[in-house]
Design a protein around this ligand. Sequence first.
Ligand code: FNR
Length: 348
Amino acid sequence: MAMVCLSDFEVYAKKYLPKIAWDFFAAGADDCSTRDENILAYKRIRFRPRMLRDVSMMDIRTKLLGTEISFPVGIAPTGFHQLAWPDGEKSTARAAKAMNTCYIASTYSTCTLEEISAAAPGGLRWFQLYIHRNRMVSQQLVQRAEALGFQGLVLTADLPYTGKRRDDVRNGFCLPPHMKLKNLEGAFEVCQMSLLDPSVTWNDIYWLRSLTHLPIIIKGILTKEDAELAVRHGVQGIIVSNHGGRQLDGGPATIEALVEVVEAVQGRLEVYLDGGIRKGSDVLKALALGAKCVFIGRPALWGLAYKGEEGLQEVLRILQDEFRLSMALAGCASISEIGRHLVQFSNL
Ligand code: FNR
């Protein structure tokens, strides 16, 4: 099967994954309106391409908090990669390293942080944290990640409780007995997410700051008010995200929320985005509206389901090629030429 675009991987994954795994990956909250809106919103944005601008030499490299990556697409944290491929997160780490981009490993990984690090030494990795009621569990995870060379700490802020995902409820979703949340063994019952701490507030950023020297990135910001609070709490980055539409249904598409967040931040920290990125031109639109980099969630899982590390590399390579082409056709030879002038919102 020739894989030409990311939806080809989606079709493959839907056909070959066990239904319970496919449903878990695909799920959005409630009737999935925010999940679907994440994708639809890109269609309401139109390019204002410029012509005759010498795009013979393209440079698509960028930097994440000072570290160079080969193009502005990284891998968002998603749990349970062994549901997609037996080697799980080890394959993800290898693919990210091979493509010279950033992989954010989830608290809910099915490989240990040690295994992930050893699979791709020297690759750029951030660790995504959910704060547990037992703060020692979280403290130890953060300190383990730092000691292992993870270079950023991503605090997911939009999951005080897990959103209601109807298919998971219907399927009684649960990890198969041979898979474990390897970083939480002993601390956590696999199907009992209620050990996450719903009392977390902005004050906990100071607690996290006291635990680690790593840059802190907050994931799940959707408003200018919270963007301003993130700046005031001294974090280094935010990810505009609605958890792929899996938490509060009825919120904005992330590409729409990005506009007010970027305006509020005024360059005081780095702003990234995830949600609904399915084509190179989506990446270009997000960068035009002020994102420094975007991250992919489900498409990475489809790539893993297709052929593990190789499949994920193929997903990234296709996105990279499409992004480079879109940039060139829009008249930009380097990332610094991408700006707000490049897009308009259509009334359609
Ligand atoms: C997620 N997401 C997520 N986020 C997080 O911070 N920690 C996690 O463990 C997970 N787990 C997870 C599992 C699955 C199956 C999905 C689909 C998503 C959210 C993820 O990081 C990201 O925000 C979205 O996936 C982005 O949207 P797209 O790219 O899937 O449209």
